[in-house]
Design a protein around this ligand. Sequence first.
Ligand code: NDP
Length: 368
Amino acid sequence: MSHRVLIIGAGGVGRVVVHKCAQLPDVFGEIMLASRTKSKCDSIAAELKRPIQTAAVDADNVPELVKLLKSYKPEVVINVALPYQDLTIMDACLEAGVHYIDTANYEPRDVAKFEYHWQWAYQDKFKKAGLTALLGCGFDPGVTNVNPEINLREVTANGRYWQDGKWVETKPLEIKRSFPFPDGIGPKNIYCLYHEELESLTKHFDIRRARFWMTFGDAYIKHMEVLVNVGMTGIHPVKHKGVDIIPIEFLKTLLPEPGTLGADTKGKTCIGNWIEGIDKNGQPLRYYVYNICDHQECFKETNSQGVSYTTGVPAMIAARQLLTNPTEYRQPGVWNIEQLNPDPFMADLNAYGLPWLETWPTEPLPGE
Ligand code: NDP
């Protein structure tokens, strides 16, 4: 049976979601892409082999969203606009009776803080409405190093990791290691940051220590230091020639849009989990599961680079599961993706462009 889906946000990730959904007409029989700027939706639509609908919508505006949802009547919304729009889109889904999927948790514009509690507070409303919200369905929720504004807000904040039942605070980029990435990528510096999946994973699983690591080149960090030192990453308004401007928003205006980076991005992404613990037989176990994605291969398939691709494919998969596997993926309420049965999701990753590899390392994480 084929279904009707509405994708909101015609950026880098939106482009991938649209391409991947369009490749599965048996599941996604009808697709609409809506964004603030309709011309961006139209140019993505023009890349596809089958027709889709497009629309302009301001996703900050609940009545406008509700009007669109009530007229198009999708079964599910895939929200790949910005994290600032999560709550308005959830409100509109509740009012129009539509399921909801996103890839990044809500972040208020005026506080450099992203947390799940705002969205978890919708639990009862979604349950009562008999609707499902699947949160965090990208590759690594929240911080995206292709969205400069969101990435800058995160990287310049203090880090935090979970250990023995409490958060341990670090200075920005204080903990650094070199990690030997597999498949010819080689050693890169990795930095311990706070990232939103730490909040949901430590709530849903009994984990002794959970840390999130991300790589940054030395040049990126140098630029970042300068921008922070001159106040360019500030999130509060400053007066410029009598006009209020928010430095980080101005900086975003100067930087390229993530969606335009595809053609020039070369190399690979490597995203994975390094897990240590005790196996079912009480023996120590070390397990590394990861995906490698080649930016240029992603671009050939979807006109987007690897970071958008690794986010857009899981969002499509979440929608595919919600629509075709209701017993497991369409229970009423608000769910982080890791709360549901991972097996069908992991199988879909292999089938739809993000195959994963696994190893059982014999040595501890370098630097431990
Ligand atoms: P982009 O900036 O490329 O795209 C965002 C799109 O959202 C833009 O096209 C913009 O539309 C649209 N948009 C912004 N505000 C509104 C609004 N008020 N109403 C309607 N549309 C709006 O970002 P990405 O595609 O890189 O990221 C999309 C989402 O995916 C973000 O939430 C990001 O945090 C998340 N993400 C998650 C990752 C993960 O691994 N979980 C990794 C990467 C991203 P317009 O251009 O028309 O103004």
